[in-house]
Design a protein around this ligand. Structure first.
Ligand code: BTN
Length: 338
């Protein structure tokens, strides 16, 4: 079993949530979920222990009157309409890094000799990370208010890292647009930006000994207040809350993101580069813009004439020549304001 605490009965919770506020007959509820009344009681107590407010009345029955606030695992996963991603969700108050925890769980499951499908699609969320990791060994500030999560993916072909990174960036940008109407864009290769400032990043990790096994880390500054963004990146970073001037439902955002991710994962598995390029290009912030980037220890400046998942980004340099850079060789990308 994944996770430490025994998970709640999500089918029962789903029914209670769909009929929230309405009295349901306890006998009928128990029958529908193949539980004795005693077991139903135990499941309801378990839900209460997880922050759900449930009323019992001998004649009226059972009703759900309140759900836990904030990011609760059951609130993210209950009735989530995905094929794979988010079938299991774990939420911890604090982790060093959700990617670390993903690797720890993978090792534990593998050493038990359990079926690897057990944790394929597992989502791990932390309310805070004490040692969040960004790309290229950088630290990733992860105070409370963000969505810091990792997804374990076990059934991909090797070398799908850049497709997975792009699929995740597209999913984040779409989820931001859908839940907030903010104009999120993708700054190649993997930043999600709003009005030129970074709101989210993606870090895909692999291990050479386990080709086809990926940990997909996604960090989104959902409700991080502007003053809690690290000072050194404050002018370059933003959060959904800072852009909107109000809080966003982190649960609603997480559910939307997992749904989008699950959809795009299908294309990553199928190796459908064209579908991903078609989704990404209209979201690319850099197409047609003048940018600066560093590659091979040198700086290059030019206008972006093409972006492609496999090939990378093509710049028309000032001399007129076009040079293409792959994401792995590029370390710094910035827009040149003219
Ligand atoms: C970047 O540098 O843009 C990538 C940032 C990725 C941050 C996320 S937060 C959840 C997961 N756990 C980590 O330690 N990093 C990723």
């Amino acid at each position: 079993m994944i996770g430490r605490a025994r998970s709640v009965n999500l089918l029962l919770l789903g029914q209670l949530r769909r009929r929230r506020g309405q009295w349901l007959d306890a006998n009928a509820l128990a029958r529908a979920h193949r539980l004795s009344l005693n077991l139903l009681d135990r499941e309801l107590r378990r839900l209460t222990g997880r922050g759900y407010e449930i009323e019992r009345d001998p004649s009226a029955g059972v009703r759900l009157v309140g759900v836990p606030g904030g990011l609760a695992a059951e609130e993210i996963s209950c009735d989530l309409d995905t094929n794979l991603i988010g079938r299991h969700v774990i939420v911890e108050d604090e982790l060093t890094s959700t990617n670390d925890e993903a690797w720890r769980i993978i090792r534990a499951v593998d050493s038990e000799g359990a079926d690897v499908r057990e944790n394929d699609g597992l989502v791990i969320v932390a309310l805070r990370q004490s040692a969040g990791r960004g790309r290229r060994g950088q630290a990733w500030a992860s105070p409370e208010g963000g969505l810091w999560m990792s997804v374990v993916l076990r059934a991909l072909r090797p070398a799908r890292q850049s497709m997975l990174t792009m699929a995740a960036a597209v999913a984040v940008a779409e989820a931001v647009r859908e839940t907030t109407r903010l104009e999120a864009r993708i700054r190649w290769p993997n930043d999600v930006i709003i009005e030129g400032r970074k709101a989210a990043g993606v870090l895909v990790e692999t291990q050479s000994a386990s080709p086809g096994l990926y940990v997909l880390g996604i960090g989104v500054n959902v409700n991080v207040p502007a003053e809690r963004l690290p000072a050194e990146v404050r002018t370059a970073a933003t959060s959904l809350r800072a852009e909107l001037g109000r809080e966003v439902s982190a649960v609603e955002f997480a559910r939307c993101l997992l749904g989008r991710l699950d959809g795009w994962y299908h294309y990553v598995r199928a190796g459908d580069v064209d579908a991903l390029n078609a989704a990404w290009r209209p979201l690319a912030s850099t197409l047609g813009q003048r940018i600066k980037l560093s590659a091979d220890g040198r700086k290059f400046e030019g206008v972006v004439v093409e972006v492609d998942l496999v090939e990378g980004v093509s710049l028309r340099l000032d001399g007129g020549a076009v040079r293409t850079f792959r994401s792995e060789e590029v370390s710094l990308v910035e827009l040149v304001v003219q």
